[in-house]
Each structure stands twice: as structure tokens, then as C-alpha cells.
Write a protein that binds this ligand. Structure first.
Ligand SMILES: Cc1cc2nc3c(=O)[nH]c(=O)nc-3n(C[C@H](O)[C@H](O)[C@H](O)COP(=O)(O)OP(=O)(O)OC[C@H]3O[C@@H](n4cnc5c(N)ncnc54)[C@H](O)[C@@H]3O)c2cc1C
Length: 407
């Protein structure tokens, strides 16, 4: 174990990937998470992963957990399928076509997977139970040349050499480290839910079950999005087979279903929808598609009511960061984006592995901390992260009427 001590705020996908990377490099790390447990709140269902996240997972996971990851990931065809409102296929778009230059470069064929977010989180968390401290909300930090002290709302504190804000779009760390970096309303409301595979399969084209994502939209740019999660091996069986003793909730195959569009097409004045029930979300989603051929609304009505929730989309505004000393950021804490490209978690996990390698070089005495963090922030975190934010906003504006980014 090196002498470097790293404090990470936030146990989302980015914070957990960083913790795994640091542990792999023999670096002392403690993660502080606001939620009381990993199951405190719904955090979404299907996630699209590309080479950034898949390579990150392959780099930071030990062999037995990597095997669980591979056994539960649905490797997809590299296409987004475009449907009519009657749910027949218009065309399949390859991921690299027409989306600007924001897809990861890596050796070998393009790779894409649809995974279940909760399953991925359990895989990343396995064995880190003593590293992740739940129920600890960061309030502020103090940074000096001697290190960083984190202060939590329960009155406790922790001290380390480096503090990493992996605390998501409303990051308290960013509020102090880079208060000039803003997030703004993207203008979009979306209702998310899960369709059991048996409900979805007869109603959707075959491509919706093999491709990354499938989308239909109308002249208002109101859209219906579909993404399948078909586990090659069920999560519980994969854990049992490859990493016995790993806590793993079982799941059946499903299709995630999203109905979204500009706020004005939803009864969401002053955030009214935040208190609605799953049944109400289902009725609103079906009502929003009332002028489409009936198959779309029928599909939405097949969603499990308990699974539905609502998201109001926000995006970061690209900016530059001041020179760091010993506090840095990763993921949504600095470059949150609308989910139009399905890339936010990918870039967060990429940041985490790159930062893990950077801090490993610092721990080995090859790099000085401040310069190493400055290079990570300049070359990776902001240059790459904000290029994806801009592209997600451009595609979001075309596809769903997202507000343009402020100049
Ligand atoms: C509906 C939806 C669908 C998406 N689909 C995709 C997709 O298909 N592919 C993709 O790549 N991305 C997708 N994204 C984006 C992706 O979810 C995020 O980019 C990703 O989760 C960012 O990871 P993170 O670790 O940076 O932040 P988060 O996952 O937000 O984690 C931050 C953590 O910090 C904790 N925290 C916050 N404040 C504090 C505090 N003060 N003290 C302590 N802890 C704190 C939070 O509780 C949370 O656990 C989607 C997003 C949404 C909303």
C-alpha cells in the first residue's frame, strides 16, 4: 500500500470505478456516499456501454467479477434503429455515422453493450463494502498544501492527500472547486419505465431487441425510446457461477421504455410530476402518444407501474477549470450531459480509470500531484468530456428539441 490517501465523494458508477482502480494500484481510498444504502432510490434501468466503459470495467475488475460482467452484458449490434410512429423500421443508423467525433477510439471492432445499471453497480461494489461509507453527505472541504479535509453534514470529517468529487450533477465539490461551472435546464421531461420482455417482444420489431437503442418520434419531437436488456446469464446465476458469495439481486430480461419531449408536452408545471404515482406516469406517457397509431400507447401501457419515474434533463455548460492543487472532479460532477448519445456513464468510467492511473503514477513518485491533476483535467476530463456534452446537446436539439447550450 502506498502512502497516498484518496477521498472520493459519491459512490455512483464513476466513484466506484475509481475506488476499484485505486485499490488495484494498492492506493488507500475511502468513498463517502450520501445515500443510506445502494438501494436507497431508483437509479434507472438499462445503460448503454461502449468501449470507454467496457474497457474501464475490464481494467478495474478482478477476473471473477469481470466474468460476471461479461456473462450479464447484452453485446448489441452497433446501431440505433429509427421507427415510424406505427413502430415499423425506417432505418438503422451506425453509431459512428453523423454523430461527430465523440465515440471512443480503441483497437479492434466497435463494442457496445446494454447492461442493467443495478447489476453493474453491484459488480463494481463487490468487495468494497469496507471502503464505501453510506449515509455521509459532503458539506464542504478545506484544502491546504498539507492535504484536504472533508466535512460531512453529520459533523464527521475525513482527511486525505487528494479529494475527488464524483458526486454527480449537483456536485458539492464542484460548487467549491469550480463554482463558475454551471448546469442548465435542457428543456426536456422524460418518463422512464420497464416493459417485461414477454410484453415487449410481440409488439416491437426484432431490431429493438438486438440494437443499442430504438427510437420513434413525431413532428413535435416527442419520442418513444426502447432499449433491451437480455441477460445471456441471469445476474444471480452469473454471480453464483463466477463469484460465489457476491450479493446480487436477480432480474428478468426487460425492455426500458422512455417517453419524452419538451416540458410543455407534459403536465409538469413547477415540477408537479415529481410527486405522481407510477400509474399516473403510465397514463401520462400513453396520453402523450395519443395521436400515434395505437401500438405505441399499448406498448407503454404494458410497463410495470411500479417501475415508472420521471426525469427532468439538465446539462453542464462547457467551461475551463482553474489549476488544481489537490481537489479534482470526474463524471457528471463536471460534464453532465443529456442521455441522447447514452455516453455519460461511459465518460465517467473513462475519467475514473484515467484518474486512477494518474494517481498511481503520483503514488509511485513518477509525477507531482498538482501537475498530474492539471494534465488529467486539461487533456482528458474537460477536453473529451465537454466535447461529448456539446455533441449530446446538438443531437438532443435535433431529435427532441433540447435547448441549445448557452454561448
Ligand atoms: C435516465 C437516464 C438514462 C441514462 N442512460 C445512460 C446510458 O445508457 N449510458 C450512459 O453512458 N449514460 C447514461 N446516463 C448518464 C449516466 O447515468 C451518468 O452520466 C452517470 O451515472 C454519471 O456517473 P457519476 O458517477 O459521475 O454520477 P452519479 O451516478 O450521479 O453518482 C453520483 C453519486 O454521488 C452521490 N452524492 C451526491 N452528492 C453527494 C454529497 N454531497 N455527498 C456524498 N455523496 C453525494 C449521489 O448520491 C450519487 O450516488 C443516463 C442518465 C439518465 C438520467
Amino acid at each position: 500500500m502506498s502512502d497516498l490517501k484518496v477521498l472520493v465523494v459519491g459512490a455512483g458508477l464513476g466513484g466506484l470505478t475509481l475506488a476499484r482502480s485505486l485499490r488495484g494500484h494498492g492506493i488507500d481510498v475511502a468513498v463517502f456516499e450520501r445515500d443510506a444504502s445502494p438501494w436507497d432510490r431508483p437509479q434507472g434501468y438499462r445503460l448503454h456501454l461502449d468501449a470507454d466503459a467496457i474497457n474501464a470495467a475490464r481494467e478495474v475488475l478482478p477476473a471473477e467479477l469481470r466474468a460476471v460482467f461479461e456473462a450479464t452484458a447484452q453485446y448489441t449490434e452497433p446501431f440505433t434503429t429509427i421507427l415510424t410512429t406505427g413502430l415499423s423500421v425506417i432505418k438503422r443508423l451506425r453509431t459512428q455515422d453523423g454523430y461527430g467525433d465523440v465515440w471512443p477510439r480503441h483497437d479492434g471492432p466497435e463494442i457496445h453493450a446494454n447492461v442493467d445499471r443495478a447489476t453493474l453497480r453491484q459488480i463494481l461494489l463487490a468487495g468494497l463494502e469496507n471502503t464505501v461509507h453510506y449515509g455521509r453527505t459532503l458539506e464542504r472541504y478545506e484544502s491546504t498544501d498539507e492535504g484536504v479535509t472533508a466535512f460531512f453534514t453529520d459533523g464527521s470529517r475525513a482527511h486525505g492527500d487528494v479529494l475527488v468529487g464524483a458526486d454527480g450533477i449537483r456536485s458539492a465539490v464542484r460548487g467549491q472547486r469550480a463554482p463558475h461551472c454551471e448546469t442548465v435546464d435542457a428543456g426536456i421531461t422524460a418518463i422512464y419505465g420497464r416493459l417485461p420482455m414477454a410484453v415487449a417482444e410481440p409488439l416491437v420489431p426484432a431490431e429493438a431487441l438486438t440494437d443499442i437503442f430504438t427510437i420513434a418520434s413525431d413532428e413535435r419531437k416527442v419520442f418513444l425510446g426502447l432499449g433491451s436488456v437480455r441477460f445471456p446469464t441471469s445476474p444471480a446465476e452469473a454471480a453464483e457461477r463466477f463469484a460465489p458469495g457476491t450479493p446480487m439481486r436477480d432480474q428478468d430480461d426487460y425492455v426500458v421504455c422512455i417517453v419524452g419531449g419538451r416540458h410543455e408536452f407534459f403536465p409538469n408545471a413547477d415540477g408537479a410530476m415529481r410527486t405522481f404515482s407510477g400509474q399516473e406516469f403510465r397514463d401520462i406517457a400513453a396520453e402523450t402518444l395519443r395521436d400515434w397509431p395505437s401500438g405505441a400507447a399499448d406498448l407503454v401501457r404494458g410497463a410495470d407501474p411500479a417501475s415508472l419515474f420521471c426525469v427532468e434533463m439538465y446539462t453542464s455548460v462547457p467551461a475551463t477549470l482553474d489549476t488544481p492543487v489537490n481537489v479534482t472532479l470526474l463524471g457528471d460532477a463536471i460534464h453532465a450531459m443529456t442521455p441522447t448519445l447514452g455516453r455519460g456513464a461511459n465518460v465517467a468510467m473513462r475519467d475514473a480509470t484515467l484518474l486512477g492511473r494518474t494517481l498511481s503514477a503520483v503514488a509511485d513518485g513518477q509525477l507531482a500531484l498538482a501537475e498530474a491533476l492539471a494534465a488529467y483535467e486539461r487533456d482528458e476530463l474537460t477536453t473529451y468530456g465537454f466535447s461529448v456534452v456539446r455533441e449530446a446537446a446538438r443531437i438532443g436539439e435535433q431529435r427532441m428539441g433540447q435547448n441549445p447550450l448557452p454561448e
